[in-house]
Structure formats: C-alpha cells, structure tokens
Design a protein around this ligand. Structure first.
Ligand code: GDP
Length: 264
C-alpha cells in the first residue's frame, strides 16, 4: 500500500496551484488534521473546495488583514484575492516523512510552513525527542535548500510557524517553554548526527571540504547550542505561537491566523 500512497502523494504535491501554500508538518497526533479542518471552517465565506484530502483551500477570516494588502480597502478585489490560500497536509507517518522534507528542498509555491507540535507531548522526553528529530530534519532540509540555491534571484524566504497546540491541556508547556525545550532537544539531535557522521568517516581524510559545502549539519558549524534564531541566516524566520484546536473552552487559533495573515 505504501507505493500507492507515495504515488498519490507525489502526484498531489506536483499539482500546480497559483495560490500561496502553507505546508502542514508535524508528528502524528499533533493535531494537523484537526487544524486543517479548523482553519478551513474558519473562513466566513464557504467558497473553498477540497482539491484533494491533502490540500484544502482556505480563506483568511475578515478580522485579519493580509500583509500584502494592508494598504487596500476591504471590498477591493485584490484585497479579497489576497485572503485566499492553500493548506497542504503532509503525512506524519514515519515512512512517508522524508517526502515532506524532500519537498522542502525545491518548494514551488510554499509561502510558509506550519509545524504542529503537541505541547503536552513535548513535556515528556519521548514526545520531545520524536518532535525534535522530525523538526531537525525539516530545518536541515530548509537550510540545504537555501545553501544549495544556484539561481541568480537567490532563494526565497520560507518562514516557519511552530504551532504549540493543545494548550487547553493542563500538562501542556507554554509556548516559550516549548521553544526552549525544542532548542535543547534539537541541539542533542544535532550533536548525535554530527557524531554519527564523524564515526562513519565522513568528513575525515580531506573530505572535510565536501562536507563543509554540503553542510550536512544544521546551523553554523554544528556545535554548541542550537537556537531557532540561527535559521535566519538561511532564510527561515521561526516563530513559536500557542493555541488549541479543540478543548473545553473552545478553540483558540487566533495567533496562528495572525501569523498566516503576516505571510499573505
Ligand atoms: P494528526 O495526526 O497530526 O493529524 O492529529 P489529529 O488532528 O488527528 O489529532 C490527534 C488527536 O489530538 C485527536 O484526537 C484530536 O482530537 C486531538 N487534538 C487535536 N488538537 C487538539 C487540541 O488543541 N487539544 C486537545 N485536547 N486535543 C487535540
């Protein structure tokens, strides 16, 4: 069944769309599907159509202003057009994950990435490590995309939102702690990846140069403490914002809508 899924996934990802597209990424059960549904429903005018189960058109609600249209007035067709975007769900399934990261190397229409994190799961070591490994690979793919760019225009910026989800749960870490915990855990992932590379002999015997050029490790030099701010140098601004898709007090996705509006 995997080859079929793969084929469908690749087919969908190649389907061209001129609308700004946001990639939804994250480990399974973080809440990607729930978020997709919530953001889709958040549109006040039901003009969206599901182009496929994985990609969905959405409309920025009226109370948010797309940054590209901030000087236009509501009702202006260009203002309304600027509110439209596509959300692209990617499989969190382990075996399919690398397709999400491969896509990042050559993104066609990607305006931004929304990495959904279960803020309660990252309070525990297992959840934190799983999330950090996945995030490390996504960030490394983004870095390679940037450093490997050979076009005269230069690579475009791809911002990344860490959506700290499930804040309705009392075990959830607040966004600033989600950020600190992930930076620490990604530092560890990076350390073990660099060690793995050294142990396997990559980067020794004068192969250093090649390795340096390919930049197989995340961030400058791959040593010391990793901070999301280091991604600025490779065209990715990372912000961490909290919310919850479901929960007793109702859904709170305001900060994520705001982030999307800033990118539109
Ligand atoms: P996906 O695998 O990333 O697509 O995750 P789902 O969207 O399927 O969500 C996994 C589970 O988490 C489901 O049972 C959701 O109802 C639940 N969930 C999603 N968002 C929230 C949230 O904000 N708060 C709580 N408490 N549960 C959530």
């Amino acid at each position: 069944v995997l080859p079929i899924l793969l084929h469908q996934y690749l087919y969908r990802i190649k389907t061209p769309t001129s609308l700004p597209t946001f990639l939804l990424i994250g480990p399974s059960a973080a809440g990607k599907t729930a978020l997709l549904t919530a953001l889709e429903r958040g549109s006040p005018i039901p003009t969206h159509t599901s182009t496929s189960p994985l990609s969905v058109q959405a409309l920025l609600p009226e109370e948010y202003v797309p940054s590209s249209a901030s000087y236009r007035s509501p009702g202006d067709p260009a203002f309304e057009r600027a509110r439209r975007f596509v959300l692209y769900d990617t499989p969190g399934h382990g075996k399919l994950r690398h397709f999400a990261t491969t896509q990042l190397v050559n993104p066609t229409n990607i305006q931004g990435i929304i990495f959904v994190v279960d803020a309660a799961a990252v309070a525990e070591d297992v959840g934190l490590n799983e999330t950090a490994e996945y995030m490390h690979d996504v960030l490394l793919a983004l870095q390679k995309r940037y450093t490997g760019n050979r076009t005269s225009k230069g690579p475009k910026e791809i911002p990344l939102l860490i959506a700290a989800n499930k804040l309705d749960l009392f075990t959830a870490l607040p966004p600033h702690l989600v950020k600190i915990s992930l930076e620490k855990a990604i530092t560890e992932v990076r350390k073990s990846r660099v060690k793995g590379m050294k142990d396997s002999g990559v980067g020794v015997d004068g192969a250093d140069e090649g390795l340096g050029e390919e930049k197989e490790w995340l961030g400058d030099g791959g040593e010391g403490v990793f901070e999301f701010g280091q991604m600025e140098e490779v065209g990715t601004n990372v912000s961490v914002r909290g919310g919850n898709v479901v929960g007793g007090q109702g859904s709170d996705v305001k900060d994520w809508w705001e982030w999307i509006a800033e990118q539109l």
